[in-house]
Design a protein around this ligand. Sequence first.
Ligand SMILES: Cc1cc2nc3c(=O)[nH]c(=O)nc-3n(C[C@H](O)[C@H](O)[C@H](O)COP(=O)(O)OP(=O)(O)OC[C@H]3O[C@@H](n4cnc5c(N)ncnc54)[C@H](O)[C@@H]3O)c2cc1C
Length: 397
Amino acid sequence: MSTLDQFRKETHDWLVANCPASMRTPQKRSEGVYGGRRASFPNDDAKLWMDRMVEKRWTAPDWASEYGGGGLSAEETKILAQEMEALGCRKPIVGHGFWMLGPALLEYGTEEQKLEHLPKIARGEIRWCQGYSEPGAGSDLASLRCKAEDKGDHFVLNGQKSWTSDGDKADWIFCLVRTNDEGKKQEGISFVLFDMETPGVSVRPVPLITGESHFCDTFLDNVVVPKSQVVGEINKGWSVAKALLVHERTMMSQIERNMPKPKFSTIDYAKNYLPLNDDGTIKDALMRNRLANHLMRDQSIKLSQQRAFEEGMAGTFDMRVSTIFKYISTEEKTAKDSMVADMMGMTGAGWDTDRFTFDEYTKTYEWMSNKALTIAGGSSEVQLNLVSKRGLGLPEK
Ligand SMILES: Cc1cc2nc3c(=O)[nH]c(=O)nc-3n(C[C@H](O)[C@H](O)[C@H](O)COP(=O)(O)OP(=O)(O)OC[C@H]3O[C@@H](n4cnc5c(N)ncnc54)[C@H](O)[C@@H]3O)c2cc1C
């Protein structure tokens, strides 16, 4: 047996022995575990599962062991992911620290910053949020104005961040601030980290269409941030910001894989909600066409992602491709949600669990909340601009 086959067997056996049965069932959105100082768990098994994975160092399996990771190779990490998927294991913990800040720190952080922050992410002790957008600086992010005044060994921050997801639940924030007003706007930005409990930080949740609120406006009023908490060089934070966006977009393009496995496939929805011919085919030719097109596109995206993953392991992956994946995956996901809603007819607008099944309600919820996917992390239009400019080298105007 090869070393990797041996690793697969041991991984499988360990997961079977340690992943509680309830953590191998489809997960509701509300059951996600994000860790942090105020960590909450949907039940005792979720905490047990996170604790066991933390102890095994498999919450960040490919990070080096000194940073709290499992030190696994790319192949071993893939095997772990495959075995978890095959057994239906839930992700023990997720969040901005794992998806975005961790990978950016590994690339740009000082050794002290890595040793300080990565193990706390891996152990689920600190939950992070992202302070990029501002009123007037979303797509045109480099126009951000949140001011950082140089006071020698520290900066004093003043300004507002908008759309801070889970800003009211996070412990620390990674934030873009303006440290220089002169010259090209991209060249006066710095990437800073600070505790959300620092005096002068306040958050205000913004209500959404789903009735929930996961967004916040974040206000910074004379917030003191030591210079040791700047990641990368002062005024060169744009490079760190862009690298982090690649990780964010990659995570978003794998949104289906990162989400709990749905109980029903699109074909199940078609069978359950649409009139069928005697031979089992969908009566409505337009809907049949729509479903077939979706299934083909979905399969092509999955195969392309698999190829990109293999290229990543071989060290030949072109990071610019993450923009294409972010665009195509999120557009397809929202198109699929709309198609399923149309298949379900009035039931696809179910907004309570008295008159509708829990699955119907969840579908309506997903249809509404997933509309944000083509905006978050950079809108579809902006991704297309990036593909045309950086990928195809087309002129901007
Ligand atoms: C679910 C969700 C979570 C988010 N979480 C966070 C977070 O945690 N932290 C954070 O900092 N931000 C977050 N954001 C903000 C997100 O990054 C911005 O919404 C996004 O970058 C778009 O910026 P905007 O909302 O200001 O829209 P605008 O930039 O005002 O754009 C408005 C419209 O104009 C279009 N547009 C703008 N410029 C161009 C152009 N040059 N060419 C063509 N079309 C253009 C856009 O595509 C869009 O349709 C989140 C957003 C969402 C939806």
